[in-house]
Design a protein around this ligand. Structure first.
Ligand code: ADP
Ligand code: MG
Length: 278
């Protein structure tokens, strides 16, 4: 291994450049690997095709800082584009972020807990779940969405959907004999947020795809679920109590459960608006 005076190391046919960006490693190889990239929550490694010999010569002439700067910008732009794509495909509700969430209005969940979930997403790598319970209007959707935004920023692929919409989508796929494919397609999202599970209508077909989704994601991908109904009321969600138990078992086996308590924020906000209009 050869070390250059600046921020580069050479190993065999590849040159590594430690970019000033803490989450980026540059690896140059002789091979054409323009499209090859490894993305993880913590670190982004991009392989760029380039002439290692030329690069080495430039480094020797003291051009390393300039090259590092240029590459840093190129990679920064790529990372921005990737993040933009992740944001777009996530379909997270606009504006429902952590900065617009008032934790003083909520009991049972703290900013520290939510920050820990975002900053240390090992639970996502393990395919663990997060279940958010609480009355209507308390902020479950906003909270789930905030976590989604935080995870996307950390480089994790997230998809937000109302549970009803997801069930309809899967039902449609099932009718077209494409349920297995549709479930596999969702695997690209490490995190699937199913909002308002309690509103899924109970028909044998609908609950069957819901169970199939839960069973498919089990220990494979994270589900974040919001519900205003406690487990004891989930019997009405699934057609059969054996399926209800099987679904709950899979969801809670590796899960964090948060109970949001307090007054409905939606109701409080409406009352405030009415009072100020009088
Ligand atoms: P739920 O999903 O529990 O029914 P929502 O998350 O949809 O509740 O919240 C209802 C409305 O109130 C949304 O517009 C949301 O942004 C807002 N809201 C709820 N809780 C808070 C909070 N603690 N801070 C800021 N806005 C909140
Ligand atoms: Mg909601």
């Amino acid at each position: 291994m050869v070390s250059s005076p600046h921020c580069m190391t050479k190993t065999g046919d590849s040159l590594s450049c430690h970019s000033p960006h803490p989450s980026i490693n540059l690896v140059m190889t002789k091979s054409v690997t323009q499209k090859s990239k490894t993305v993880s929550a913590q670190k982004v490694t991009l392989k760029l095709s380039c002439n290692v010999a030329l690069f080495g010569n430039l480094a020797a002439f003291g051009a390393a800082p300039v090259l590092a700067h240029v590459l840093h910008n190129v990679l920064g732009t790529r990372e921005d584009k990737r993040l933009q794509r992740y944001h777009k495909e996530s379909e997270l509700p606009p504006g429902k972020t952590l900065t617009s969430f008032d934790f003083s209005a909520l009991e049972g969940v703290s900013l520290q807990q939510i920050n820990a979930l975002i900053q240390n997403p090992h639970w996502v790598e393990q395919g663990e779940n997060l279940l958010l319970f609480g009355a209507s209007g308390i902020g479950k959707t906003h909270l789930a969405s905030s976590i989604g935004y935080g995870l996307v920023e950390a480089g994790i692929r997230v998809r937000f959907s109302s549970a009803t919409h997801m069930v309809q989508e899967l039902q449609q796929a099932k009718q077209n004999l494409g349920l297995a494919d549709a479930l596999v397609k969702l695997d690209k999202f490490s995190v699937l947020i199913l909002d308002d599970l309690g509103y899924v209508k109970k028909t044998a077909q609908e609950t069957s795809v819901l169970f199939e989704l839960i069973a498919h994601r089990y220990e494979r991908g994270t589900l974040i679920i919001t519900s205003n109904q406690a487990f004891k009321d989930w019997d009405h969600l699934f057609d059969d109590s054996i399926i209800t138990v099987a679904a709950i078992d899979r969801l809670v086996h590796h899960a964090t459960i948060m109970n949001c308590e307090g007054e409905s924020y939606r109701r409080k906000a409406s009352l405030k608006r009415m009072a100020s209009a009088q």
